[in-house]
Design a protein around this ligand. Structure first.
Ligand SMILES: Cc1cc2nc3c(=O)[nH]c(=O)nc-3n(C[C@H](O)[C@H](O)[C@H](O)COP(=O)(O)OP(=O)(O)OC[C@H]3O[C@@H](n4cnc5c(N)ncnc54)[C@H](O)[C@@H]3O)c2cc1C
Length: 532
C-alpha cells in the first residue's frame, strides 16, 4: 500500500476497534490515549448486548421495545437496521472470542433445552418485554473490549497511536488531517478518511457512571469542523449508581474531610431484572424493570423528598455470579448478600451527538461518526438498555463499508479525495428532523481551543456542577437560563459542550424521555448521597 494515507480512527472502544478491524485492507491508524479497549465506557459495561436471539424472540419485538423506550422519537429505519443486525453481531463477537454465558437454569426464558450447544443465557433489563440481553457474567464490556483488543493487536493493517486528537484540519472541502497530541508532541496525520469513535459526554456531569475522560471530545472536534449535532438534550440517567457518600467507607472519608470524588459505580440493571428490589425508607415505590427514565425520575423524586433509596439484592437469583458487584460493594464496606445498597441516579449515556446517516457519514465530507459519539436516531428520546454496544458494532461496520467504497483503492486515494467531497451528500438522509439539530457558531467554537481530554482534575468543575443541577434528571427552565448565563464566554471544550446541551434543552418545550422538566420547587443542593 506504499505511502497511501491511512484511515484514521479516533477512539478505541467497541466502536473504534470494530471500525479499525473492518476497514481492512486499508492501513488504519487507531488513536486513543490508552491501550485499545481501555479508558472509555466499553470496558465498564456490565449488563450486556441486546439482540433477538432467544427462542420465539424476533427483531420486530426488539424494535417495538426500542421504539417504545424512545418515546416516539426514534428513526424507525435506523431501529430496524440496527436491531435487525443483533443476532449477527452476537455471532460475530462470539467468533472473535467473546465467551457469552450459556443458559443452564430452567427458569431462563428463551432456553431451548434440546439445543446443542446450550443457547445463550439471556438477561432481562428495563424496557425489554422479555429476556434479551446476552452477557459475559457482569463484565460483558471488559470481555468484549479484551477480545477486540486482541483482534486489533493481531491485525496487520492497524497501528495503534497513543495520543489524543485535538483538532480536525479541513481543505479540499473535506477533512484532510487530524491533529494528534502524543507524549512526544503534537503532529498532523494526513487521513484518507476520519472515523470519530470518541464516545459520549456523560463524564462531564458531577454525578456520573462514566470516566471523566468521556467528555465529548468528538463533539468538540466535529463542532469546530462545522458538523451538525443532534438530540443533545437527551441524557440517560442510570437510576442505580452506588451512592458512594452513603457507604461505610464513604461516610468515614467524608468525616475525615475527603468526600468521594469521581465515577460512581453502576449497580447493573440486570440485578433488577433478576429480582433486586428498590425501596425508599423501606417502601417499594416503582416497578423495577420500568424504562430507565421512569425509574431514575422516581428515585430522584424520593431523594428530593429526603428519603434514602436502597437497592436490595438479597433476593437476586444467581447473585454469586455478579462478581463485579461483590468487588464494588466490598471496596466500600458492603456485602450485597446482607446489606441493601444505597443508590442515586447518575448521568450514564448521552443519546445525542454528531449527526450521522446510515453509512456513518456526518455532515462534513471525510468525517464519519460511530458509537456513542454519533446521533443515529436509534434511541429517540431515550436509549433502551443494552442497545448501545450493539449500535457501536453496527454503526462501525457500516461506516467501514462506506469508507471502503467511498475512498477507493489505497493507491488512488489522492485522486479519490476530490470526488469524495463532491459526492458526499448524495443519498445523505438525516436521522432526525432539523428542529432537533444544533451547530456551534464560529465564535463559540473558537472558545473551545484548549486541551480536549484530560485527567479528572483537568475537567471544568463548574461545568460538572451546572450540568448535574440544570441538565440533570429533572430540569427547571430558570436553572437552565442561570447555567447558560454562568457559562457565557467561558473558554474550554467542556463549557462548549455544556452550552450546546443547555441550549438544546431549552428548545424542547415538553418533557420526553431523557429530558424532563419539573415544576417542583425543591432540588438537591449537594452531591449525591448527602440525604440523611
Ligand atoms: C458503567 C457503564 C455500564 C454500561 N453498560 C452497558 C451495557 O451493559 N450494555 C450496553 O449496550 N451499553 C452499556 N453502557 C454504554 C456503553 O458501554 C457505551 O455506550 C459504549 O461502550 C460506547 O462505546 P464507544 O466505542 O462509542 O465509546 P467508548 O467505549 O466510551 O470509547 C471512547 C474511546 O475514545 C477515546 N477518546 C476520547 N477522546 C479522545 C480523543 N480526543 N482522541 C482520541 N481518542 C479519544 C477514549 O479513550 C476511548 O478509547 C454502559 C456504560 C457505562 C458507563
Amino acid at each position: 500500500m506504499g505511502d497511501a494515507r491511512p484511515v484514521v480512527v479516533l477512539g478505541a472502544g467497541v466502536a473504534g476497534m470494530v471500525a479499525a478491524l473492518s476497514v481492512a485492507p486499508w492501513p488504519c491508524v487507531l488513536v486513543s490515549p490508552e491501550a485499545p479497549g481501555r479508558g472509555g465506557s466499553t470496558e465498564l459495561a456490565q449488563g450486556g448486548l441486546a439482540a433477538a436471539v432467544g427462542a420465539g424472540d424476533r427483531p420486530a419485538d426488539h424494535a417495538a421495545d426500542t421504539l417504545a423506550a424512545g418515546a416516539g422519537l426514534c428513526d424507525a429505519a435506523t431501529v430496524d437496521r440496527i436491531v435487525g443486525a443483533g443476532p449477527e453481531v452476537v455471532a460475530l463477537l462470539a467468533d472473535l472470542g467473546v465467551a457469552w454465558d450459556r443458559a443452564a437454569g430452567e427458569e431462563v426464558e428463551g432456553r431451548e433445552p434440546a439445543a446443542d450447544p446450550a443457547p445463550w443465557a439471556l438477561g432481562r433489563e428495563g424496557g425489554h418485554g422479555r429476556h434479551r440481553v446476552v452477557h459475559a457474567g457482569d463484565r460483558s464490556g471488559a470481555v468484549i473490549a479484551a477480545a477486540l483488543a486482541d483482534a486489533v493487536a493481531a491485525a496487520g493493517h492497524v497501528t495503534h497511536l497513543a495520543g489524543e486528537a485535538t483538532g480536525l484540519l479541513t481543505g479540499e472541502d473535506r477533512v484532510t488531517d487530524v491533529r494528534v497530541r502524543t507524549a512526544t508532541g503534537e503532529r498532523d496525520l494526513a487521513a484518507a478518511a476520519v472515523v470519530l469513535a470518541t464516545g459520549g459526554f456523560a463524564g462531564l456531569f458531577r454525578d456520573s457512571t462514566n470516566p471523566a475522560t468521556n467528555a465529548g471530545a468528538g463533539i468538540v472536534l466535529a463542532a469546530r469542523a462545522g458538523a451538525v449535532l443532534g438530540d443533545l438534550e437527551f441524557v440517560q440517567f442510570h437510576p442505580t449508581a452506588l451512592d458512594l457518600t452513603d457507604t461505610p467507607v464513604g461516610r468515614s472519608e467524608t468525616a475525615a474531610g475527603r468526600p468521594p470524588a469521581g465515577r460512581l459505580p453502576l449497580l447493573t440493571e440486570a440485578l433488577r431484572g433478576d429480582g433486586a428490589v428498590l425501596r425508599a425508607d423501606g417502601q417499594r415505590f416503582v416497578g423495577e424493570v420500568a424504562p430507565r427514565d421512569v425509574v431514575a425520575a422516581a428515585v430522584h423524586a424520593q431523594r428530593l423528598a429526603g428519603r434514602r433509596v436502597e437497592l436490595d439484592c438479597r433476593g437476586v437469583r444467581g447473585l454469586e455470579e455478579f462478581t463485579a458487584l461483590a468487588a464494588t460493594a466490598a471496596a466500600v464496606g458492603l456485602d450485597p448478600r446482607r446489606d441493601p445498597l444505597p443508590v442515586c441516579p447518575a448521568a450514564h449515556y448521552t443519546v445525542g451527538g454528531v449527526l450521522s446517516d446510515a453509512r456513518g457519514r456526518t455532515t462534513v465530507p471525510g468525517l464519519w461518526a460511530v458509537g456513542e459519539v454519533a446521533c443515529t436516531g436509534l434511541h429517540g428520546a431515550n436509549r433502551l438498555a443494552s442497545n448501545s454496544l450493539l449500535e457501536g458494532v453496527v454503526t462501525a461496520r457500516a461506516a467501514a463499508a462506506d469508507v471502503l467504497s467511498a475512498a477507493g483503492e489505497p493507491a488512488e486515494s489522492a485522486a479519490q479525495s476530490a470526488d469524495l467531497a463532491g459526492t458526499w451528500h448524495d443519498g445523505w438522509r438525516s436521522p432526525v428532523g432539523a428542529e432537533r439539530t444544533i451547530t456551534a457558531d464560529a465564535a463559540e467554537a473558537a472558545l473551545a481551543t484548549e486541551r480536549l481530554l484530560g485527567d479528572g482534575p483537568a475537567r471544568d468543575p463548574l461545568v460538572g456542577e451546572l450540568l448535574s443541577t440544570a441538565a440533570g434528571v429533572a430540569r427547571r427552565r430558570d436553572e437552565v437560563h442561570r447555567a447558560l448565563t454562568a457559562l457565557e464566554g467561558r473558554p474550554g471544550p467542556d463549557a462548549l459542550v455544556a452550552r450546546l446541551v443547555l441550549r438544546s434543552a431549552l428548545r424542547r418545550e415538553r418533557s420526553v424521555g431523557g429530558h424532563r422538566w419539573v415544576e417542583e420547587q425543591g432540588r438537591p443542593t449537594h452531591r449525591a448521597g448527602a440525604v440523611a
